[in-house]
Design a protein around this ligand. Structure first.
Ligand code: ZN
Length: 370
C-alpha cells in the first residue's frame, strides 16, 4: 500500500467532517437500493482515529443515534501487522474494519448496491463492468469472505492499480461495492457516478394474486409482506429459475437462516394452505409459484429488508446471464458464528447509541474502544 496517496490529505475540521459522514451514512442507509438493514458501512480517518460504523447498526440511523465507533488507527494497523482481524480485537466495530483501515482513502463507503450486485453475481462480471466503468479507476475483486480475507483482497487490488492514479472503486464479487475518496462529498459523487453507470431497469413481474394470498394467510403463520415488489420472487418465471440455482450472496444465507437455496424455491400453488402449514411451518417465507410471497409473522424488519433487497437484485438479472453462485464452502463460511452475531445485532436495531463511545472520547484521547 502506498503511503503517498493523494487521498490521505489532512482534514481541517474533524467535527465538520465527522458530521458530514453521519449525514452521508444516513442518506446512503436510507436508500434501500444501496443498503438493506445493517448491511454496508462507512468510515473516516481523522487525526489518527478511524471512525467506523458499529457492527450490526443500521446506516439509516446515523443521524439520530451515534453509530460510529472511534478506534485508534495505530492500534488497528498493529492488529493488521500481526495478521489479526481488528473486528475481533474491537468486537463492537464493523466486520469490515480491516478493509476500511487498509485502504489509504480518508473516507471509505461500502454498500450492498442492488445494481452493483446484479452485475457482481455474474461469472462474466469483470468483462461486463469493463465497458460500463470505462475511464473510472476501478478494480474487480472476486468473491472472498468478509473480514481479513476481503481486506487483503481489496488491498492487493489497490496495490495492482496505476501508481499515478489510485484505484478508488472496488466491485466485490457476490457482495457489493466499495468507494474511497478524500472527503464525503467526493465519495458521494463517485457513488452516484458508479450507480448511474451500473443502473439496470428491473424486470416487470406479474402482479401478485392478493386475494388468494390474503385467504391463505388467515389463521396461518404467514402474512403478506409490506413491500409489494417482493412478490416478484414468486410471480416472475425468470426470478424463480435464478433463485432455484443457488445462493447469490452471503446475506441471503445469513438473514434467511438457510444454507441451501431450498427456501427460495417456489412451492406449487396446487397445494392447499393446509398442506403448506404442515409441510413448511418452519420456513420464514413461502414463495407460491405464480401467486406471490407470504412471510412469517415473526419475520424481523432486518429480514424483511433483506428479502426486499433480494427481489431488487434478482429482478435486475436477465435470464441469459451466466451466474456465479456461492459454493458450499463459501456458504458454510458465511454461516459462521460471527455472521450470525451480525444478524442478531441487525435484528435488534439498537436505539439510543448505547455502548458506543461518544465523540468526546476520541477528542480527549481516552481509550477509544474495547
Ligand atoms: Zn458487505
Amino acid at each position: 500500500m502506498r503511503s503517498d496517496s493523494p487521498q490521505a490529505t489532512h482534514v481541517e475540521c474533524p467535527a465538520v467532517e465527522l458530521q458530514s459522514l453521519r449525514e452521508l451514512t444516513q442518506r446512503v442507509g436510507s436508500n434501500p437500493l444501496l443498503a438493506q438493514a445493517s448491511t454496508g458501512n462507512t468510515s473516516i480517518k481523522l487525526d489518527g482515529v478511524l471512525w467506523i460504523k458499529a457492527s450490526g447498526r443500521w446506516m439509516a440511523d446515523a443521524r439520530q443515534n451515534e453509530i460510529l465507533i472511534p478506534l485508534d488507527l495505530a492500534d488497528v494497523h498493529q492488529c493488521l501487522q500481526r495478521e489479526l482481524d481488528p473486528a475481533e480485537r474491537f468486537p463492537g466495530a464493523s466486520l469490515e474494519t480491516a478493509m476500511h483501515a487498509m485502504l489509504p482513502h480518508a473516507v471509505v463507503v461500502h454498500v450492498h448496491c442492488v445494481n452493483t450486485i446484479a452485475w457482481a453475481v455474474r461469472s462474466d462480471a469483470s468483462a461486463q463492468l469493463q465497458q460500463r466503468l470505462d475511464g473510472l479507476r476501478w478494480r474487480w475483486v472476486p468473491y472472498v469472505e468478509s473480514g481479513l480475507p476481503l481486506a487483503r483482497a481489496v488491498r492487493d487490488a489497490f496495490a495492482s492499480g496505476d501508481a499515478d492514479m489510485d484505484t478508488n472503486i472496488f466491485v466485490l464479487g457476490n457482495h457489493g461495492l466499495v468507494i474511497g475518496a478524500e472527503d464525503c462529498r467526493a465519495a458521494e459523487q463517485l457513488l452516484s457516478e458508479v450507480g448511474r453507470r451500473l443502473a439496470i431497469s428491473p424486470r416487470q413481474a406479474h402482479p401478485a394474486d392478493y386475494t388468494v394470498l390474503a385467504e391463505s394467510s388467515v389463521g396461518s403463520l404467514w402474512d403478506l409482506p409490506d413491500d409489494d415488489a417482493v412478490h416478484a420472487l414468486a410471480t416472475d418465471p425468470v426470478s424463480r429459475v435464478i433463485l432455484a440455482g443457488g445462493l447469490l450472496y452471503p446475506c441471503q444465507a445469513i438473514f434467511s437462516n438457510s444454507s441451501t437455496p431450498a427456501l427460495f424455491r417456489s412451492i406449487a400453488d396446487s397445494d392447499s394452505p393446509d398442506q403448506w402449514a404442515s409441510r413448511y411451518r418452519s420456513r420464514p417465507l413461502l414463495l407460491i409459484e405464480g401467486r406471490g410471497v407470504l412471510i412469517s409473522r415473526s419475520m424481523t424488519s432486518a429480514e424483511c429488508a433483506m428479502i426486499s433487497g433480494l427481489a431488487q437484485v434478482v429482478q435486475r438479472i436477465p435470464a441469459s446471464a451466466p451466474i456465479r453462485y456461492l459454493t458450499d464452502a463459501e456458504i458454510a463460511n458465511s454461516s459462521s458464528a460471527v455472521a450470525y452475531r451480525y444478524r442478531e445485532l441487525a435484528n435488534e436495531r439498537i436505539g439510543g447509541g448505547a455502548g458506543v463511545p461518544a465523540l468526546s472520547a476520541a477528542a480527549s484521547g481516552k481509550s477509544l474502544a474495547s
